[in-house]
Design a binder for this molecule. Structure first.
Ligand code: HSE
Length: 438
């Protein structure tokens, strides 16, 4: 057997602890499969004395992850700290500069600094592996980077945030409030340190930016993404969607258009019988449309210690299996210099049906005026339903909830009609608008 592969693990939270347990529990299997042992020789975290449910007593402790990154004690730097910049970025740069391989689960850092880091890894001839950064335990990065090299991808989309899908599923199945579902997602180790990243759609956007770069061989463009999260979704929306044959999912979608690439993250109503509607709880799903293979849909656990540690361990094993002289593939599928500049598609508004929830002041003529405004904007209505007051989410006593489903129309038409209805003084609260994907 070759000399052991020595890991330095920075960050001993949910994922770091699960990784240490995995490496210990599977040490013999991993050694057999990789032809060498994988050992943790160094660790770094904020608080040395916290009980983490894992044993790292044999490893050297570093208060400073940047110092550990360049240490002679390690061959691979495993970054599980999180955060777009700060110690995570500083230590990853340091490790790459020192010629260490890097494994990271940090999607925010990669979305914003992935090109610079990939270039550094290329120049140093080391690996930058990040399977755990996108869709937790689903091996989507390797699939896109390696297995689909012979394809041209036209669209990549999916449920990319376990916390949001967990919240939406439990709100629908158990009628539990948004806040209680989020608290459970935090307790289970699914949510980001700042859960606003989950529920406001940024985490999905970070992952989408990485998928888009892999899919279309372009530079990362996290700031070119239209983002709407799930904070405005109520149990009333979920119930109304269900009664109409739909389920609400937070989707990230990146697709090639004639004028460039479109990236968007927003709540979407999908038909109850669509495969993506069956993805429940913390599960993620990633769909890929490509010219040769056709349509793929991969699903699996998208967050949590074990799911993420599984992906990190796979990345570590790849490094352990490589041997001196082995040429490492580029982090984003092609060398950074060969990745095309990102070209944003001309703003195409979503064309399709819309779900609209209005809280309408209950007075004579309001319905007729709303229908007229819709007609003036050339919007054809598939259905218009007034909910019974007891199921209503209307905010004022004399307000009623009205659900409209439109036939295919454009976003600009919807926005124009809603603006007119608001100016007519019929609304008691801001309208809710959710795009429908057939
Ligand atoms: N907070 C993330 C999620 C963790 O809920 O999906 C995995 O990236």
């Amino acid at each position: 057997m070759d000399a052991p592969l020595r890991l330095g693990i920075a960050g001993l939270g949910t994922v770091g602890s699960a990784l240490i347990n995995l490496l210990q529990n599977k040490s013999e299997t991993l050694a057999e499969r990789c032809g060498r042992a994988i050992i943790v020789t160094a660790v770094s975290a904020r608080d040395r004395n916290r009980d983490r449910g894992c044993d790292f007593s044999a490893a050297k402790w570093f208060d400073n992850p940047v110092e550990m990154a360049a240490s002679e004690d390690i061959d691979v730097f495993v970054e599980l700290i999180g955060g777009t910049e700060g110690p995570a970025l500083d230590s990853v740069k340091k490790a790459l500069e020192a010629g260490k391989h890097v494994v990271t689960a940090n999607k925010a850092m990669l979305a914003y600094h992935g090109m610079e880091l990939a270039e550094l890894a290329e120049n140093k001839g080391v690996l930058l592996n990040y399977e755990a950064a996108v869709a937790g335990g689903i091996p989507i990065v390797k699939t896109m980077r390696e297995s689909l090299t012979g394809n041209d991808v036209t669209r990549v989309y999916g449920i990319l945030n376990g916390t949001c899908n967990y919240i939406l599923t439990r709100m629908e199945d158990e009628g539990i409030s948004f806040e209680d579902c989020l608290a459970d997602a935090q307790r289970l180790g699914y949510a980001e340190a700042d859960p606003a990243f989950d529920i406001e759609g940024n985490d999905t956007a970070h992952k989408l930016a990485i998928l888009a770069s892999l899919a279309f061989a372009t530079k990362l463009a996290p700031d070119e993404i239209y983002i709407e999260g799930i904070t405005s979704i109520t149990t009333a929306d979920i119930e109304a969607a269900k009664s109409l044959g739909y389920r609400i999912k937070l989707l990230g979608v990146a697709q090639k258009t004639d004028s460039g690439i479109e990236q968007r993250v927003h709540p979407t109503m999908v038909p109850l019988n669509a495969p993506i509607a069956q993805i429940a709880g913390v599960t993620n799903a990633v769909g890929i449309d490509a010219d040769v293979v056709g349509e793929l849909l991969m699903s699996g656990p998208g967050a949590g210690g074990d799911a993420t540690a599984s992906a990190v361990a796979g990345d570590i094993a790849d490094i352990a299996k490589s041997r001196p002289g082995h040429q490492h593939g580029p982090a984003f599928g092609a060398p950074v210099a060969k990745l095309a500049p990102y070209q944003r598609a001309r703003m195409r508004s979503h064309e399709g049906g819309y779900f609209i929830r209005l809280s309408v002041n209950d007075r004579a003529g309001a319905f007729a005026a709303i229908a007229t405004r819709m007609g003036e904007s050339q919007i054809s209505l598939e259905s218009i339903v007034q909910q019974e007051p007891h199921t209503s989410s209307a905010s004022a006593d004399n307000a009623r909830t009205v659900i409209l489903i439109t036939h295919s129309t454009t976003e600009s038409a919807i926005r124009e009609a809603l603006e007119n209805i608001r100016n007519d003084g019929h609304l008691a609260a801001d309208p809710q608008m959710i795009r429908i994907e057939k």
